[in-house]
Structure formats: structure tokens, C-alpha cells
Design a protein around this ligand. Structure first.
Ligand SMILES: *Cc1c(COP(=O)(O)O)cnc(C)c1O
Length: 362
């Protein structure tokens, strides 16, 4: 361990009050959090302490000007009870990619990973044991200067807290292709996991819900033609045996999902034909009309894979084959669940056992 992280353990764990068989997503919080403060150009005051509220100055810059970025990842338990992380360095890198776009300071990647090991090690009892359940990890950074005026903050807080989440069997979802609002434009912040992106997406999502759809399928901002992604998931299409997903580098607007990246590696390794390229909504409509649209699914840390059962675009509604006929999405999901449970050889080196803390000072 390279960094000095102070540890102050709670004297009153909330764990006895948690029912691992009834966990709704994002409502229960484990005992501890990691906190670091950025002052005078460096990260300091590194600590793990009981989860608690922060005092907030009314002029806290993040609240007014939106300098806030986050990550979402999971710790799971292997079949023999060992806590495991999944590609934590990728999340550390992406946090810094997001921070850079919002003119926020980088957080040392090795400290990010070390803090997660220590925090998850201390709260290892909070990782639900059932396969598919997990400890959801939420690292985030926000601007803390009490200041009125638009410029980058000079102080920031970086926090990691965790939530036990139940086995997530996502129901198939319906999507509405959005032809009025956009999520992101080239050159904007769509590639960053920035808080403001989600604020901007809430009204369109609400309107889609009112029309009976679960989520918005975002199209590109110039032509409302090329498919981008879904609320908090990247998207994959299976057309005539080929797996197609938009290319974030080509679009410049898409969040580079780590689940997306993992699934691309897995499918290529398994011999699937995979194409990362622009895909228009018209191509999807045409494939559906020809009976070649075999499967559509979204990918993200929370659900891993969520199968899509219906897509609406303008006056057309495309109903997809039932999940029992889907092969690619369910295969990718079970592959990743098995990896996280230590039930499949980790040929890509993605799964990392948590280094349990040996002794912990008070
Ligand atoms: C987090 C997120 C994803 C999925 O990323 P993962 O790393 O796979 O969890 C996709 N799209 C958006 C907009 C996201 O915020």
C-alpha cells in the first residue's frame, strides 16, 4: 500500500438491519466511505470513515455549475466467498477522462484502485453472497469552492461509497427512438460520465415513460439518424448473425462503457462477427422489415445486459423476438456473471481479488 489512508471504523454497523434477499437498487448504503480533499493543488486528507452527510455551503460550485463526474462499478463474491473487483483500473482511467473534460483535477489511478480495495475489504461483509448480486461502488468527484462565478473550482472532494444490490434480473425493456431531444453532440460532454448529462436526459426519459416506453434510444444530434446509446447503457444489435454496435470514437458522443468493451472482447474471442461502426435507425428498421433483426440489447455495469423487446421510431413499432430466442445477449451476461463469480477462467485478466486489510487502526 503506497498511500496513507486513515481508517476510522464505525462502532455501530448497520449490516444486521440489511436483508440480502430484499435489496432494491441504490437504497441501502454500507457502513463506510472513502473521502479525499483536493486543496492547494493536491489530493490530501485521505480517509475511510463511517458514511455520513457532508455540510454544504450554499455556494458550493458543483451545485451551480455542474462540475461533477462519477463512476459505477461492482464488487462481487466468488463462489468460494472471496471478494472480487472487475477491471478497476479501467474505471480509474475513465474517471480521469471525465474529470479532464470538466477541467477538474486528475485523481491518481493507483490511489483510486487502492482506496477501492481498502474500502471494499473493510465492508466485505456487505457484498451479498448470491451469484448476480453485488456491492455497487460509486466513486465521484465534485467542485467544492464556495464561489459565485464561472471558472473551475480550486477545491474538490472525491468520495467512494457502496450499496449492496440484489441479483439483478433485468426485465426486457422497450425503447423510444428520440427525434426531438438529444443526449449529446459532438464536442460536448457525452463522452464523460458527467452529472449534467443525466439531468439533461431526465425530461425526455419522463416523456418516453408517459408514452409507455422504458427508456430513450438516443439518435445523433446532427441528423437524428445514427444510433448512439440508451439512458445508462450502450447498445448492441444482432442483424443477420452479425453483432453491430456504434463506435464511440467515431461518434464522439457516446460513453465508453466498460461492459461494452468487455462484451466486444468476449464475442470476438468466441468467434462472433462483430462490427463497431455507424448504424442508422433506418438500417435497423430495414433489417426488422426483412426479418433479420434478431436481437437488441443494452449493456452497462448495473444490469450487465438488458434485452430489448420493442423499439418505437416515428410511427413504426418494431417488436423483437422473445428472450427465449435470444442468444448473444444472454450468453454475454452469463459469461460476465460467471467471471465475477470465479466460475470461468479469467483469460482476459479482468477479475481482481480484493486485498483484505490485515490490521486496521482505530
Ligand atoms: C455508465 C454508462 C454506460 C455504461 O458503462 P459501463 O462502464 O458499462 O457501466 C453507458 N452509457 C452511459 C451514458 C453511462 O453513463
Amino acid at each position: 500500500m503506497k498511500y496513507q489512508i486513515r481508517v476510522n471504523r464505525t462502532a455501530h454497523s448497520n449490516l444486521p438491519q440489511i436483508d440480502f434477499d430484499n435489496l432494491s437498487f441504490g437504497r441501502y448504503f454500507s457502513d463506510h466511505m472513502f473521502v479525499a480533499e483536493y486543496r492547494e493543488g493536491k489530493w490530501q486528507d485521505l480517509r475511510i470513515e463511517p458514511l455520513s452527510e457532508f455540510a454544504t455551503h450554499p455556494a458550493t460550485m458543483a451545485l451551480h455549475y455542474g462540475q461533477a463526474v462519477f463512476e459505477g462499478m461492482k464488487a462481487s463474491k466468488s463462489h468460494d466467498g472471496r471478494p472480487m473487483l472487475f477491471r478497476p483500473q479501467m474505471h480509474a482511467k475513465r474517471l480521469n477522462f471525465s474529470a479532464r473534460r470538466l477541467a477538474m483535477p486528475a485523481f491518481p489511478e493507483d490511489l483510486f484502485v487502492e482506496a477501492i480495495h481498502l474500502l471494499v475489504g473493510i465492508d466485505a461483509g456487505w457484498i451479498p453472497p448470491k451469484k448476480g448480486s453485488a456491492l455497487y461502488i460509486r466513486p465521484f468527484m465534485y467542485a467544492t469552492d464556495p464561489f459565485v462565478g464561472v471558472r473551475p473550482s480550486q477545491t474538490y472532494r472525491f468520495v467512494i461509497f457502496t450499496c449492496p444490490v440484489g441479483p439483478y434480473y433485468p426485465k426486457p425493456v422497450s425503447l423510444l427512438a428520440e427525434t426531438h431531444y438529444i443526449r449529446a453532440a459532438r464536442g460536448g460532454t457525452g463522452e464523460a460520465k458527467a452529472a449534467g448529462n443525466y439531468a439533461a436526459a431526465m425530461l425526455p426519459a419522463q416523456l418516453a415513460n408517459e408514452k409507455g416506453y422504458d427508456q430513450v434510444l438516443w439518435l445523433d444530434a446532427q441528423e437524428f439518424k445514427y444510433i448512439q446509446e440508451v439512458g445508462t447503457m450502450n447498445i448492441f444489435f444482432v442483424i443477420d448473425g452479425k453483432v453491430i454496435t456504434p463506435n464511440p470514437e467515431e461518434e464522439g458522443t457516446i460513453l465508453r462503457g466498460i461492459t461494452r468493451d468487455s462484451i466486444l472482447h468476449i464475442l470476438r474471442d468466441e468467434g462472433y462477427t462483430v462490427e463497431e461502426r455507424r448504424i442508422s435507425i433506418d438500417e435497423v428498421v430495414a433489417a426488422h422489415e426483412q426479418g433479420k433483426l434478431e436481437e437488441v440489447f443494452g449493456t452497462g455495469t448495473a444490469a450487465v445486459v438488458a434485452q430489448v423487446y420493442k423499439i418505437a421510431y416515428e410511427d413504426k413499432e418494431m417488436v423483437l423476438p422473445p428472450i427465449s430466442e435470444c442468444r448473444v445477449g444472454p450468453f454475454a451476461k452469463s459469461y460476465i456473471d460467471d467471471l465475477r463469480a470465479g466460475l470461468r477462467a479469467d483469460k482476459f485478466g479482468w477479475v481482481e481479488p480484493v486485498q483484505l486489510p490485515q490490521s486496521v487502526d482505530a
